[in-house]
Design a binder for this molecule. Sequence first.
Ligand code: CA
Length: 426
Amino acid sequence: MSISANDPNLESWVEVAPNSDFPIQNLPFGIFRKEGQAPRACSAIGDYVIDLLAVAEHGFFDDFTFDKKAVFENQYLNDFIGLGKPITNEIRNRLAAILDTDHDEWDAKELGEFILVPMSEVELLLPIQIGDYTDFYSSIEHATNIGSLFRDPENALLPNWRHLPVGYHGRASSIIVSGTDIKRPCGQQKPADAPPVYGPCKLLDFELEMGFVIGKQTNLGDAVATANAEDHIFGLILFNDWSARDIQKWEYVPLGPFLGKNFASTVSPWIVTLEALEPFRQQGPVQDPEVLPYLQYEGKKNYDVNLEVAIKPENGAEKVVCNSNFKYMYWNMCQQLAHHTVNGCNIKVGDMYASGTISGPERGSYGSMLEISWKGTKPVDMPDGTQRKFIHDGDTVIMRGWCEKDGVRIGFGEANGKILPATPVT
Ligand code: CA
């Protein structure tokens, strides 16, 4: 596969700071709105969004037959993604060619004024209309921590865990874009030795995850093989699976997560294409025991994505509480998709699949406060002198992700959300 946009030697006529998430080699996709305008599809470079309709109006996509106005002047990327990888990858390569310093056909300054909009002047919206959402539980470090905290450290993993990627069907309607405030959820909790009570969640947590977005549908009855799974994955996004631990603890038996999860999940506004992540492939951990044939795979299916989580109190300085990496996943995306469809369950463009909490091997790399504070027994010291066992009102939780290699940094931007006080029903 030729991916000209990934060439580490490419340089753009757009100035890009060395620590920017959006060099010419990234070119992720999103949706932006400029004040007074309809939402439009965009890419990003440096501190600018690239207005894809403006690029089309300049004639750069004239050889593509799809309806540019309908696809690009759109509230969501679904129609764009649905064009298929042969087109969306070519659009990304074309953008790299347009933005490359090595050109002589157009006046860069004039073109820049036409197709670039400062990111500070636009609102970034939820990039896709999410059809179905599934959350997995695929980090062995996370599953082991949770099993140790709530069951038996000697037998932390349940018998099925190493045989299949455990997951549950989540809620798509409450998946929101970075920067959207979240009201602390209320619900039933069960104090020890007392009847259940209703009230604001006291143990509000984040879960550091990555999500992938489906770009190619299947028909009911079809299974996706691990070898073909990447054809169906358009790109990746940062994902915070907000979790109300006290609500979750009381309600989850016997059918799994419900109101402790479905009040909100925060995603980053940018979808980084799977192709942009190609240089960052990594071998996953050895799976023991050997998995069933339909879950076996060949090649490097994990990705080296640095991840961090920071907590920023109201009017306070942020503190990084977690440094993890997507490469730790025991079950990879191809296995997750193969398992999800092995029974004939169909998938659709715009579906979202989240990895499950991504914890690394030690405390500094755990992907939730439940693990970091070890169920509240090891509070985190904040720069303002306060402590955190879980998330307080006024706190903003910020997730960031980036890959780095050969002097190229491919970033995901941020998935941040601020917690507002609860408003209990009376
Ligand atoms: Ca989760």
